[in-house]
Design a protein around this ligand. Structure first.
Ligand code: SF4
Ligand code: SF4
Length: 73
């Protein structure tokens, strides 16, 4: 059975809005938010959780350990 994500969590204190996670995701799960945070960053948000295959590519490429993918069991 295909792996599915239960939740993708972005830590707003660690994330600096570089969007590497968006670029490396093969299934366009993430997108940039419309809202700027109080540091002037546009953080990523989940657009299509069902498309996530829990490959962990976004986690592995994030330079700030700011994103975590939790698998649905
Ligand atoms: S790669 Fe990490 S720091 Fe960059 S936008 Fe994604 S979660 Fe934030
Ligand atoms: S785990 Fe893989 S499919 Fe899911 S959001 Fe991250 S890069 Fe995309």
């Amino acid at each position: 059975m295909a792996r599915k994500a239960k939740e993708i969590v972005v830590n707003p204190r660690l994330c600096k809005g570089c969007h590497i996670c968006i670029a490396v995701c093969p299934h366009s799960v993430l997108k940039q938010t419309e809202r700027v945070d109080n540091r002037g960053f546009f953080l990523p948000e989940v657009e299509n959780l069902d498309a996530c295959t829990v490959c962990h590519r976004c986690e592995m490429h994030c330079p700030d350990f700011a994103i975590k993918v939790i698998e649905r069991k």
